[in-house]
Design a protein around this ligand. Structure first.
Ligand code: ADP
Ligand code: MG
Length: 713
């Protein structure tokens, strides 16, 4: 068990104007924890705050100033959490702050540059890298992506939906079992075997979210998003499974409204715009107060879902995102105050281990076999489940003579064999019941004789036992089969949903064969030319469009309008930039692939040369009738050194190619997303234009009609 308080970090978003800098200072010199001081400008301090306080100081685990890179955020905040998740503990990282303070930038990343990728893609990359390194365990990874808007949960990864509004998505509901464990109904889990698959899921969810957003619902600032990585691991042969979840949470904007007329109380009395953040605060307050028995988790969906992460079995980290500009001073102070309260909460994380019944059956079966083998070794005879006919006969003879023996001291000795002992008891019981039924008139000895002579009855008993044994065997088989089928069904479902979602996309759009390092080696030779590149990209986005319900067919006029709209749109610069980078990366990958192939053939040639050289030396030794010289052949040494060097080169290039592959995939996904966004904005613009055009024509028509009237008068 690991006990610790929730870790709090602060991140300050870069400000546009330099003049804002006097507003805060970071004190890192202190030995204990660094602190952030927010300095109220004179005018604000006089006007708003009646106690005229001039500055506020807040302590954080660490404070990341404006120039902090995404890499540093990952290394210092997310990596330690990811590590504990790999060790089997639950983890949560949530970003809290007002709209536009950098929550999404921190959790998911920027939409433009590869280097801007945030905690989610970096964590996925790290986790998969670690899983690959660790061959001592078998790991399984699943992804889920939940959005909570207006107290309703939506599954952003539901493969069936063609959502155009949030309400079209299937609703996710919270269920609580008798042990107060939370279960989410309708939230799909998707297996991801590679970083690439997991990344595809992240982008699919983000795109669905974007499509479903309307100017009215402003989902991106008013909803919470929870991206969850579910990890399970077990050692080969062990029946114990470890499960851990990592929630990466992008909360709704924390902005508040002031109670009017309260003036100086503004900083303490402001109310959240978002009701569920209000409930989150209530839970945090309750948890930070000692001896509170009731924690109001049930008040909102978000607090129910995050129940374990707040005051439960989890290692939790909060990132307070701050946009420290003059007009945001009060919001920033609220955010810091919230963080200080969160820092008081103590969590107790435990390892989540459980026994897998399927594995338990297998283990018990193995144990039985081992015991049987051991027994056979001791007794020197192979033990089957049933006694042989000869053994039974022998046994019954023994029983008969035992019963007939008048000596009270006589013993029935069958040896230390439970099967035989059981059979004796069965047999005796049968004799006794028979005696009861037929009455005590007949002498037991004669009865026994009858029994012994009645071959068929023993035969029957034997058969019955056999049948029971057979039945038990069948039961076990059926059980095992059922479990197998269940497993296959679950796999098929996951497989087919991943086929729906990703497979065709990957195989057609990505120049890399999925998950196959062999394929990767030969890839750059078949890398599409640049002309093909764009068609590949178009294919990808058309798929994304289809996925997200954006219509493809456009009239010629509309197409032209779209072209112009696109040209003038700010995002098109990003798309173009990314296209250029993508082209560069493609050709880099191609060149690298060629070098890799060359290196591979060179390695082959060197190996061949070394073998030949070796054979020559041996042949020389034989022909000169001397043994092979013990001193190493300098020529062969040289070849070996060359081979090692070439192998190193090959490895370096191969690693680089793999990294390039991830980058290309990421860039393509960024572009897809930007394109869908562009299309969405164009559609909205087009619809608006069409309406206003119609209005204009109608007014025009009325006017000419009126003119007509006037003319006749
Ligand atoms: P939020 O999710 O809190 O509403 P965003 O993450 O969307 O805010 O950030 C708002 C804008 O500021 C985005 O355009 C984002 O790219 C930019 N931004 C935020 N944080 C940073 C940062 N640390 N460096 C550069 N740009 C940032
Ligand atoms: Mg956001």
């Amino acid at each position: 068990m690991v006990k610790q308080t929730i870790q709090i970090f602060a991140r300050v978003k870069p400000t546009v104007r330099k003049q804002q800098q006097g507003i805060y200072s970071i004190d890192e010199d202190e030995k204990l924890t660094p602190s952030l001081e927010i300095i109220l400008p004179r005018d604000l301090a006089d006007g708003f705050v009646n106690n005229k306080r001039e500055s506020y100081k807040f302590k954080f685990q660490r404070i990341f100033d404006q120039d902090a890179k995404q890499e540093a955020i990952f290394e210092n905040i997310a990596k330690p959490v990811a590590e504990s998740v790999l060790a089997g503990y639950n983890g949560t990282i949530f970003a809290y702050g007002q709209t536009s303070s950098g929550k999404t930038f921190t959790i998911t990343g920027g939409a433009e540059r590869y280097s801007d990728r945030g905690i989610i893609p970096r964590t996925l990359s790290y986790i998969f890298e670690q899983l690959q390194k660790d061959s001592s365990k078998i790991y399984t990874t699943h992804i889920s992506y939940l959005e909570i808007y207006n107290e309703c949960g939506y599954d952003l990864l539901d493969p069936r939906h063609e959502a155009s509004t949030l309400e079209d998505l299937p609703k996710v509901t919270v269920l609580e079992d008798p042990d107060q464990n939370i279960h989410l109904k309708n939230l799909s889990l998707h297996q991801a075997t590679t970083e690439e698959e997991a990344l595809n899921l992240l982008f699919l969810g983000d795109t669905n979210r974007m499509i479903a957003e309307t100017p009215m619902n402003q989902a991106s600032t008013r909803s919470h998003c929870i991206f969850t990585i579910h990890l399970s691991s077990k050692e080969p042969g062990s029946a114990t499974v470890r499960r851990a979840k990592l929630h990466l949470v992008d909360l709704a904007g924390s902005e508040r409204v002031a109670k009017t007329g309260v003036g100086g109380q503004l900083l303490t009395e402001a109310k959240y715009i978002n009701l569920s953040l209000h409930y989150l605060e209530q839970v945090i307050v309750a948890l930070s107060e000692k001896h509170r028995s009731h924690i109001p988790y049930r008040n909102s969906m978000m607090t129910s879902v995050l129940r374990d992460s707040l005051g439960g079995n989890c290692m939790t980290t909060m990132i307070a995102t701050l946009s420290l500009e003059k007009r945001n001073i009060d919001e920033s102070i609220s955010t810091c105050r919230f963080a200080q309260r969160v820092a008081l909460i103590r969590n107790e994380a435990v390892l989540n281990e459980e026994i897998d019944p399927r594995l338990m059956i297998l283990r018990l079966q193995k144990e039985i076999q081992e015991l049987k083998d051991e027994l056979a070794l001791v007794t020197g005879e192979q033990r089957t489940e049933a006694l042989t006919e000869a053994e039974l006969l022998q046994l019954e003879k023994l029983i008969t003579s035992f019963l007939e023996d008048q000596d009270p001291e006589s013993k029935l000795e069958v040896g230390a064999d439970m099967r035989k002992i059981h059979h004796c008891f069965h047999y005796l019981k049968k004799l006794l019941t028979d005696k009861k039924i037929h009455g005590p008139s007949r002498a037991p000895s004669s009865k026994v004789k009858d029994q012994v002579n009645q071959g068929p009855s023993t035969e029957e008993e034997y058969k019955k036992l056999r049948e029971i044994l057979q039945q038990r065997d069948n039961e076990i088989n059926i059980l095992v089969n059922m479990l197998k089928k269940e497993k296959k069904k679950a796999q098929d479902a996951l497989h087919s949903s991943s086929m729906d979602r990703g497979e065709p996309r990957r195989s057609q759009s990505s120049p890399f064969p999925p998950g196959n390092p062999e394929g990767l080696r030969t890839l750059p030779l078949s890398t599409p030319t640049q002309a093909q590149d764009s068609s590949v990209i178009q294919y990808r986005s058309s798929l994304l469009h289809r996925k997200t319900g954006v219509r493809e067919e456009m009239s010629l006029g509309r197409q032209e309008a779209f072209e112009i709209f696109k040209r003038d749109h700010a995002d098109s610069v990003t798309i173009e930039d990314n296209k250029q980078i993508l082209k560069q990366r493609f050709s880099e990958a191609k060149a690298l692939g060629e070098s890799i192939n060359e290196a591979r053939s060179k390695i082959g040639r060197l190996k061949e040369e070394i073998t030949q050289r070796h054979v020559q030396q041996v042949a020389l030794g034989i022909s000169e009738n001397t043994t092979v010289p013990s001193a190493p052949d300098p020529m062969e040494e040289k070849l070996r050194l060359q081979l090692e060097e070439e192998k190193r080169r090959y490895k370096t290039m191969f690693t680089r190619l793999k990294a390039l592959k991830v980058e290309i995939e990421h860039l393509q996904l960024l572009m897809d997303k930007a394109k869908v966004k562009l299309q969405k904005e164009f559609d909205a613009w087009w619809a608006e234009e069409a309406t206003s055009l119609q209005d204009a024509t109608e007014t025009e028509g009325t006017r000419s009609l009126q003119q007509g009237w006037w003319g006749t008068l």
